[in-house]
Write a protein that binds this ligand. Sequence first.
Ligand code: F6P
Length: 547
Amino acid sequence: MSLKQSEAWISLSQHRRMVAELHLRDLFEKDPHRFRRFSLELDGLLLDYSKNLITEDTLRLLLDLAAAADLVGWRQRLLQGEVVNHTEGRPALHTALRSSASAPLLVQGKDVRAEVREVLARMEALAEAVRNGRYLGYDGRPIRDVIHIGIGGSDLGPRLALQALAPQHDGPRVHFVSNIDGVELAACTGRLQPATTLVTIVSKSFTTLETCANAEAVREWFRAAGADEAAIRRHFIAISGNREAALAFGIDPQRLFPIWDWVGGRYSLWSAVGLPIAIGCGMDAFRQLLQGAERMDQHFEEAPLERNMPVILGLLGIWYVNFMGLGSHAVIPYSERLRVLPAYLEQLEMESNGKSVDRDGNPVGYATVPVLWGQTGTVGQHAFFQALHQGTQPVPIDFVGIVEPLPGYERMHEQLMANLFAQSEALMRGQSAEEARRQMAAEGLSAERIDDLLPYRVFPGNRPSTTILLRELSPRTLGMLIALYEHKVFTQSVVWRLNAFDQWGVELGKQLAKGLLTALRDGSGMAEHDSSTRGLVERYRAWRGLD
Ligand code: F6P
């Protein structure tokens, strides 16, 4: 039976008509315990979902939908290492990367937990040697900088974590080179010295165009500075699932760390991909990050579904996408330390669930992942919040706030947090015509002016948001936060009947780019392209004087 024919789906569609009549402001007025009823707390992470357009019945019906999709069964399959990624024939065991359990967990006869422990020990040895200055560069000086080369899941995790954990960063500086336009690369090669720079090349496939090109360019930079092949071997570390390609590049086997095929790129932060975090902030910090994620794994596995944070977050998303028709979702962290979070979640959510064919190969026939986007608060308030308050398309929002201020900025932090809480309240309550009139009268406006301005100063309100409050932004709470979203994404994939762990949709553009590269260089093969693509290539070649 298709999802849309299930009793739960039909009931939710009917229930939606009733909810469309409700206003969040009234729901809060009628129920003084709404916050208590619709919030959850776990080890310094508070999830307040009371400002969502739901009732107890909505949640009950959404949980029925999750039951109809066998969420409990799929959760077990995921956590026990069954092949949940059927198109690539693999489990998705990112949870094993942060598991402290010692009982063997076998994948193709190998105990993955033992392998993880061994790699963590190797990471620790390397990170500590670099941090305490024992790992010397080729001219005998200690390492001062790390260039991290990778893209997508091989970049965004460490980028997010190192930005978030900046106050704990006491090791060598870490610089990220991801794009292929040369901008980040030039910033590194222009300022750093090869002799005191370590390079971490991260690519699960070791075939990714951008990463390979950047790695080769950095290697050339070393050669141009006089580094010989032995020096390069000493300075280049690879983290990859393609051992042969990494060795062929010239990586020393001792400096090669695995990405197992049971770890998806966008779920790989917890593997040796996180090495720059260990180098920058120390292995203790990295282990705390893992512990935080493991805490969320336990919660996801053990908490009843109606008190289960990732499940609730996932079901709320389904409510908005499939029943309220809202195809966009914003994430607004009130901290510059979390400014990479929206980009990280764009990949996590949209690469995982941006699909329209179900696990049986059939078109799904319903909407799946919303467009996820975001920006830090308060910065976004002064840009696009106008549309969030008064635009025609309500956008469900996740606000993320941190209670602990940056030392020395306590007063400013109060203003920051007041803004966060004010935004979610304003979006929820809105401002009625009567309130707008009163306010304008208090501002001393004439009756005529009040009448003119009234339509513009009314806020509809009833705009849903969820607030995630962290007591502090530590490695542990960051780990919890990321794992919360990972399991949210999985929950949604189960209900939508998708495989969250493949990404065939990124392949076509990569293939076409190969042909177009030749076309750009020599103008050949143009006949097979459409007139727009031909026109663009021709103009490119003309403007570059290549004709
Ligand atoms: O093109 C998409 C993608 O394959 C992502 O899934 C992945 O995170 C990224 O590219 C980088 O891939 P790799 O780690 O193999 O270089």
